[in-house]
Design a protein around this ligand. Structure first.
Ligand code: PRP
Length: 209
C-alpha cells in the first residue's frame, strides 16, 4: 500500500473534513491532540495529514507536496490550479456574491470600483457583463470598503449573511455557489490511482446532503 499525503485546510472546515476521512477508516488519532504540530502520520492505514492555510491547499497539491487535499471552490476558481477536482464534499457551503450598501444602484456611466480578495473571480464576472471596473485588491475585512467609500461594491464570500447585515450591506447578486472539493495532484493520481480511488469512493458514501 502506498502512503497518501493529504493537505487539510486548517480551521473549522478542516476539522469537518478530517472527521469525514476518519469516518471512512483513515483515522490518525494523534491529530486530535491540540498541540502546534502540523504533520501527522498513520502508517497502518497509509495516510500522512498536514494542516495548511486553506488558500494554500491547492498549491501543495498542484506541486505534488500533497497527493490530495480539500480546497474551497472559491480558491479553485480564483487560482485555477492544474489539479484534478473529483468530489464535491458538500460542506463549507457558502456563495460568492457582489454586495453593496443598502439600496445600491449601479450607475453604468461610471467605472465600478470593486474591492475584493478574489480578483480573478471579480474580473471574470464583470467581463461577462461587459462592465468596466476598477479592482481594489484587499486581504480581509472587505466589508469596510463600501462603507468608507473606498469601493462601490465588494466581491466576497457570504455564508450566513451576518457580516453583511451587521455592516449595513446587502447582496446585490450571487456569482456562484461554493463548497469544499476533493482535489488530487495529476501525477499522484497516475501512480496512486488505487489508493486515491478507494479513498474517494469511501468519502462519496458519506457526503452529507
Ligand atoms: C468570510 C468572508 C466574510 C464572512 C462571511 O471571512 O470574507 O467576511 O466570512 O460570513 P457570514 O456571511 O457568515 O458572516 P472569513 O471569516 O473566512 O475570514 P477573512 O476575513 O479572512 O476572509
Amino acid at each position: 500500500m502506498k502512503m497518501l499525503n493529504i493537505a487539510l485546510p486548517k480551521g473549522r472546515l478542516g476539522e469537518k473534513v478530517y472527521a469525514m476521512f476518519e469516518k471512512c477508516g483513515y483515522e490518525c488519532p494523534e491529530i486530535k491532540e491540540n498541540g502546534r504540530k502540523l504533520i501527522f502520520e498513520n502508517e497502518e492505514v497509509g495516510v500522512r495529514y498536514f494542516w495548511v492555510k486553506p488558500s494554500d491547499v491547492s498549491i501543495y497539491v498542484e506541486r505534488g507536496a500533497a497527493d490530495i487535499g480539500v480546497a474551497g471552490k472559491d480558491i479553485l476558481l480564483e487560482y485555477a490550479p492544474d489539479v484534478y477536482e473529483f468530489l464535491d464534499m458538500n460542506i463549507g457551503k457558502c456563495r460568492m456574491a457582489v454586495a453593496g450598501k443598502k439600496g445600491f444602484f449601479d450607475d453604468r456611466r461610471k467605472t465600478l470600483k470593486v474591492a475584493t480578495k478574489f480578483v480573478e473571480i471579480a474580473k471574470a464576472h464583470y467581463a461577462s457583463k461587459c462592465r468596466e471596473i476598477d479592482i481594489i485588491k484587499l486581504n480581509g475585512s472587505i466589508e469596510i470598503a463600501p462603507i468608507l467609500g473606498l469601493s462601490d461594491v465588494i466581491v466576497d464570500i457570504v455564508e450566513t449573511g451576518t457580516t453583511l447585515k451587521e455592516n449595513d450591506l446587502e447582496v446585490v447578486e450571487t456569482i456562484v455557489p461554493i463548497s469544499a472539493r476533493l482535489i488530487a495532484n495529476k501525477s499522484s493520481y497516475k501512480f496512486k490511482t488505487e489508493e486515491i480511488t478507494r479513498l474517494s469512493a469511501a468519502l462519496s458514501e458519506i457526503i452529507p446532503d
